[in-house]
Write a protein that binds this ligand. Sequence first.
Ligand code: ATP
Length: 364
Amino acid sequence: MKRAPRFCIAVLPGDGIGPEIMASCLQVLDVLQDRLGGLSLEFRHLEGGAAHYQKTGCAFSEASMDVCRKADAVLFGAIGLPHVRYPDGTEITTQCDLRRDMDLYAGIRLIRSYPGLPRVLGDKRAARINLVVVREQTEGLLWSRGRGLLEDDRVARDTMLVSRDGSRRVCEFAFRVAERRAQMRRRPAKVTCVDKADVLSSMAFFRRVFCEVAELHPEVASGCAYADATAMNLVRFPWEFDILVTESVLGGIFSDLAAGLVGSLGLVPSADIGEKHAVFQPAHGSAPDIAGQGSANPVAQVLSAALMFDWLAERHAEPRLAHGARILEHAVDKALATVCPVEFGGQDGTSAITQAIMAQIRKS
Ligand code: ATP
């Protein structure tokens, strides 16, 4: 008889609302495991982050990093507190350390509106917002993290690095996302390269590599757009966008902007994917302004776990996990029609939303 698949998941709740939404997500995954039967997730709980740095002088130990490297996947909450900084003035960003260490070159963020929730934009078509931001995250301007130069307290320099291989692999990734999305949604997908190719040679190069990759995927529509025009058009008609692929800093800005258009960062899951490893975390930060109040929305964390299930399903040819991802997504859809989260002006905080999601999984 085939043994039940067992997966080791490194769990890093982190700072601020991280532990609150992670606890919610683990409760949901417990119910999902019961519902799926025969699937075994072993959670390895890790400490790390800004509070941990304050306490111990170390943000994330090498031993914990090693647990992440050996795990099948990493489920991450949120890390960083504005008042806790390294001596050079930068914040604790363990998520960036993981990206660099495990070569997690593709960041993916899924932004969609939920019809049951109050709309931010007046236009009815805003109910159709459903887009993906794919950001390169091992180079671009973030390559300069930890490598910036300050000369005589007079001039600071950060370098934007764009390589052919780095650009090609993230563009390939975006087209694979498009192919998969077209199949699942039964409609053509479109990938748009977003850059400042009009002024920066690094980005003109990124665009050139994008176009070469696009030629290898003639079945997927593609185009290029400047970042400034895209910022405006994302607000004017966000429902027209499908998949955006871009440099690391721009990708971070566009995904937060798009999250604002659907009402909350608390709805936006994210995954950092490499060839061998992957980290799954909400698109938002530790939100210290609402920590400890029980009002954080756990949906982004739960949907990040759904992304993790999909990634593991593909890697291990385990369709039960893909089924688990669909159950989670469906449960969130249904639950969000029955609650109104605090950040939308409602009364429903972490616990109420968690209960609503679990109830929908039990019903499914
Ligand atoms: P970072 O720079 O680490 O990404 P940040 O300081 O830009 O973080 P976040 O921590 O992501 O910002 O929070 C931005 C805003 O979104 C805050 O007002 C916060 O309360 C809100 N927010 C973030 N996550 C959630 C959530 N899960 N539920 C409700 N509101 C949230």
